[in-house]
Ligand binder design. Sequence first.
Ligand code: TRP
Length: 331
Amino acid sequence: MSQTILTGIKPTGLPHIGNYFGAIKPALSYADDYTSFLFIADYHALTTFRSADDIKNHTRQIAAAWLALGVDPKKHVFYKQSDIPEIFELNWILSCFTPKGLLNRAHAYKAAVQLNMDTNKDYDLNINSGVFNYPVLMTADILLFQATHVPVGADQKQHVEIARDIAESINQKTGFSFTLPEPVINQEELLITGTDGQKMSKNYNNIIPIFIEEKQLRKTCMQIVTDSTPVEEPKDPDTCYVYQIFKHFLSKSDQHALAKRYEAGGLGYGTVKQELFECIRDYFKDARQRYAQLIENPQQIDELLVAGSNQARALASQTLLKLKNQLGLLR
Ligand code: TRP
């Protein structure tokens, strides 16, 4: 059976190196063995709408970032969710096969309710029904393309399990045969250290962004927290955050060589931070150039997304037509 991977990217902040090693690089590499669908989940971002400019700019930036980091329209179907109306037809159909209780139990909705209850407010205060229905839309994203594998962060695992439950329910009730998707959790994502030693995350303000000016990048690397062991003394690479970050850029033998320099003594943290900065700068040099080029030509980004959406729609409409036929919705 052919295997299909699919993942959605919410158009929020630009990627940092934790996102790259934890999610982007592995997602891109699947295309060697799988049919690959990657899309900007702009409708999911609407649950926290701020402004039209915000959505538009973030969508272009995220698309440019992924394209710069290796999305190849020849290898990946790369599109924007809101360009595929078939997702929404499916969204309604699926909601009619989704027990409401299943959505009551979804973590994100439950957490929002809990927060209201803890502060003695009406339990659904300020929770829009997009938040409640979020897992159904995500299920439509996944099932429409018969994805077999869905790479996601650990926080999204439950949503893929819900997609599987909904697929089972509709298959059983209608005789349709949606593929049951499997979540693929990237373990490494948990392990990428931020500048303060916690997991790298925008929420902790400890990220190393990929697409920033050289000066800014150097400054960020210099801010990585280190202890006060004097230069001449031996150091333990395993407890050093600089090393923890550096190792993702190094081959096993280069990791080993750097660890030896730590253990030998005489290696100052300033030196190794400077080396890390140069390494990150060079590693993403081409990507940064491609990103700048794309951002200056938003038309180019839009054209690529339109081409991807056309490709995706051609496939989506076939599946949807079969399902509608099965449900008695066609003449
Ligand atoms: N909800 C996902 C997130 O917040 C994004 C997403 C939307 C997604 N649709 C998807 C991921 C379908 C995988 C498959 O990150």
